[in-house]
Write a protein of this length. Sequence first.
Length: 374
Amino acid sequence: MSTTTAEAEPTATEHGNLRDSSSALKLGVFSFNVSGGLNPSTRPRRYHVGWEHTSAIARRAEDMGFEFVLPVAKWRGYGGETDFYGESYETLTWAAGIAAQTSRITVGATVHTPVIHPTFVAKAGATVDAISDGRLALNVVMGWYPLEIGQFGLTPADHDIRYEHGDEWVTLLKRLWQEDEPFDFDGRWSSAWSALSKPKPIRRPLLMNAGTSPAGVDFTARQCDVTLASRNALEGADAFVAGIKSTAREKYARDLQVINVAHVICADTEAEAWRKRDLLLESGDQVATDNFMRSLGIGSQSFEETLKLYREYFYTSGAALPLIGTPEQIAEQMVAASTAGFDGLALGFFDFLDEMAAFDEQVMPLLREAGIHS
């Protein structure tokens, strides 16, 4: 068996992106290829699913010195007045278009392993990697909303079986990116005969996974480079991050980045920021949110207080880490996230372009001053 350089773990390049940035806290923009972003809100805003708009957000992120952009893969919305996530761009083709318009930032794509074969992803991924000159990151998702997977004639597998399937899937993908001679792969979940894919990626793309269950942590530690977490509070985050990283180091002798999704509400005063948050709470689409909760197994059997709390989190921050306050308070919260051990934050905004401009002007200088972003 002969191999190419794509077999090796990702190595540094001259670019300041997710692969090699010297920033203690790397920054990205998340969920701007789908309707609603992170907020199922009925409030009017400029943000929408449109190619010029999503491209402008990605270019703005690169101009701000962010390290990555990451899309959400969705096939159906959640109904309600907003049909939250009802419109979305498929992420491999999205990534190809974004890659062609940027030069430094890491460009993510998200794939659902049950509905796409590694042979296709190997070819498509290598294509996007070529367009981006080695800047692709692939977020691997094992299973999701039953209504979505049903559109492919499939039903969701049990939780731990999803990771068994995912392990085979990624193993086959890596071999397709590595090996120069045809090979057979006969797994329980994934198979390929006389498999070969050319060209190879410039470098093996970064691999991400959002699993934080024991099975998910073990899979990511063994197969991936980045854990994408969605903790909605910093309390206990240091132990959470340390546990993930120690699993990777102690079981597999690997280093793993841990990035958390966060949602920014910034204003000149703390009171104004919280008023903005309250407007999101008041305008939340309960039908869409409840449908989303049911897709996660949070339904009518849960206590009403639990449902109310989750709706509040989802309306105001997409159930991600809420960063709320003045520019100084936002910077302090981000420093606290870095101190807890997070290597980066994937940021969402209610109205991306306008709020990113303010973030660039008011928060980024404070992060550089604090020494957590170069």
